[in-house]
Design a protein around this ligand. Sequence first.
Ligand SMILES: C[S@@+](CC[C@H](N)C(=O)[O-])C[C@H]1O[C@@H](n2cnc3c(N)ncnc32)[C@H](O)[C@@H]1O
Length: 404
Amino acid sequence: MPSEIERHTRFDHLRYAQCWEDADILLAALAVQPHHTCLSIASGGENTLALLSRGPQRVMAVDLSPAQIACLELKVEAFRCLSYPEMLTLLGARNPEVRSQEVRSQEVRSQGSQRTLGSLRSQFYQRCRQDLSPQAREFWDGRPGAIAQGILHSGKFERYLALFRRWVLPLVHSSATWQPILKGLSPTEREDWYANQWDGWRWQWLFRAFFSRFTLGRLGTDPEFLRYGDQSLADHLLGRTRYALTTLDPAQNPYLQWIVLGHYDTVLPYALRPENFDAIRQNLDRLEWHTTSLEDFLAQNDHPIDRFNLSNVFEYMSESHFQTVLNTLHQHAAPRAKMAFWNRLSDRTCAANNPHWQPLVGLAAQLHQRDQVFFYKRFMVVQTPAPLAPEGDPSNPTSSFLRP
Ligand SMILES: C[S@@+](CC[C@H](N)C(=O)[O-])C[C@H]1O[C@@H](n2cnc3c(N)ncnc32)[C@H](O)[C@@H]1O
């Protein structure tokens, strides 16, 4: 079953240098256990690494883009070959002005003099490069500028956000206006700040122009990625941005901090937090990756899957193709399997009476309320129903696997 999106879109360049889905709610939804096999859309890589931190038996990452798989591969080698501060430096996660003390002192020890951050990154890349696959090595060898800049900046989507930060935001507000909200305000103070200092015709007008379907589709992702869903993208994003600036706390939101500052400030996404580094590193040998579509991967897979992280891939499919893929996923699901995915604009949901996947409505709604990546209108968590009567041998835990 070929993927619809493959037929219309090019996948030779890096679109997402980071995962733009909240790893904290993903982990809370999936409750990964040590005996689990997980299937994860690779995208920028962080959320697949986040799953590894829970020590599952196996994580299979898939993406139909070779560039996204190269991105995951380099992050895997960064976790394997570098120290924690070196890994953050290679990625370009932190403010370049405030390099970590550890990296700076190592730099002085090893070089005897201060090197530029770009050459330090290419030195770290050389340490990771030898263990990359030939494809990933060729990809990153051909992009020395992306390595020097920090790879988290190098996706088409991140470059689009940088355009917003450099050219659009300053036309609306100076940094003095948004600094207080990143330092931490109470919910009432945030509402007051939004109404009296932030909102206005200039903000609304420029935001709508920059985040229209036309502009985001061409400059930020791909027009095909925004094909489904009737709602105005700009209206949707404007409402969700208000939510992220007022109901949620920007001082606790790494994704919002990246958009405004171009680096993480007081918080990092789950996979990049210091307390998760060792757990991810220890489990890297449980991770495998495949450059293929979800649909083709499932056609070749013969291992029951317990947990699925499916990003918002269903938004790139027609409703009928989505239903076909849902059925295929069920055929490959272990008993009590769980799947998490997002909807940004279109309605790719599971009805309450779906015989294969039961929505966990309360859990998903509760997690959506604290979704720090605020672009989405819905978070879905669904589970295969417990079999009423065991089929065949009741002691066989895979009795529902590959059910016709
Ligand atoms: C679905 S995109 C979404 C990224 C982000 N959440 C957004 O909305 O812009 C994440 C990744 O899914 C991959 N992808 C899309 N459809 C796929 C499919 N059918 N099989 C495998 N990967 C797919 C893309 O290449 C991309 O790297």
